[in-house]
Design a protein around this ligand. Sequence first.
Ligand code: APR
Ligand code: ZN
Length: 368
Amino acid sequence: MKTRAAVAFGAGKPLEVMEVDLEGPRAGEVLVELKATGVCHTDAFTLSGDDPEGAFPTILGHEGAGVVVEVGAGVKSVAVGDTVIPLYTPECRECEYCLHPKTNLCQAIRTTQGKGVMPDGSSRFSLDGKPLMHYMGCSTFSNYTVLPEIAVAKIRNDAPVDKVCYIGCGVTTGVGAVVFDAKVEPGSRVVVFGLGGIGLNVIQAARMVGARQIVGVDINPAKVELAKKFGMTDFINPKEVHDVVEAIVDITRGGADYTFECIGNVNTMRQALEACHKGWGESIVIGVAGAGQEISTRPFQLVTGRVWRGSAFGGARGRTDVPTIVDWYMEGKLNIDDLITHTMPLDKINDAFDLMHEGKSIRSVILY
Ligand code: APR
Ligand code: ZN
């Protein structure tokens, strides 16, 4: 079949919207009609050429929602007409990782996904007979895409796809880090570095689980108003204090129970660890630092009980946990609407990247 898609032909080049060829689903695969997709920093990172796994030409996008229109042989867990969210972190429920209680990093299709192909080693997308690469196993910048069955989460049919697409990456990354990875307890004092799309989701999850104090740290005071709406109780601008760690220790009465780094800066990662309470404070790294960068601190920080850890896709097991997060949104426990600051048709997708680079959007969503 033919499908409209935004194709990335090379590093740093604008996406080109055109008709491409898409082969139908093979055994264990499903064909999904995307209704909406968010544009995320990770797409921009790969497009920039800095992503060591990035291969061109490719169809980017990994934060979508849509409807199943065809299933391949042997597919049992989803059917035609189901509303689904593609999963760049799949959940096979059989591999060593899926069976281990401490991780969500299913490895069932990791190798082929990283190479931009389906689990059988081939691509379903092509242009003039030449293959186009899949991206993060999703390629949601195409109106139709083929996904392995283990890489789709079936969600309730009454969920608005133009909003819940954001659960495909940003919402789950922030909310899951609080709920599934850190397991923040009611009454906790939480500090969030970076009040962008990820940080705001951390903040609203901390509020949802009953944190007593939620301190936001950002160099841009324009972020304060929205962050307060999402549950931030205190704000620290690093440019206005002598020492940001000292300021946090002060305001949290001895250090945070949990800190979350949602910037991707190795200096703020260190601050986030050192702002944790002696004896029990945990710092969770969510932001993705540039290739080759390293973190450092004095080991004494760890010896004295602080914990440093990371979180990918919020620790969520996609097929199990994504439908739950959709429920939280539908029940009014999570606000997604106010985070989607811009919408546009696929033709205007390059504008979404511009808005992101200019810091004008929290999230842009493409509506098919
Ligand atoms: N100190 C404090 N705040 C900072 C600093 C700093 N040194 N540098 C940037 N910020 C703030 C920005 O002002 C902005 O509000 O961090 C926020 C980052 O937000 P976004 O750019 O919207 O990024 P977001 O989508 O939230 O992603 C954050 O997570 O997924 C990763 O790749 C992504 O590493 C990035 C991080
Ligand atoms: Zn698995």
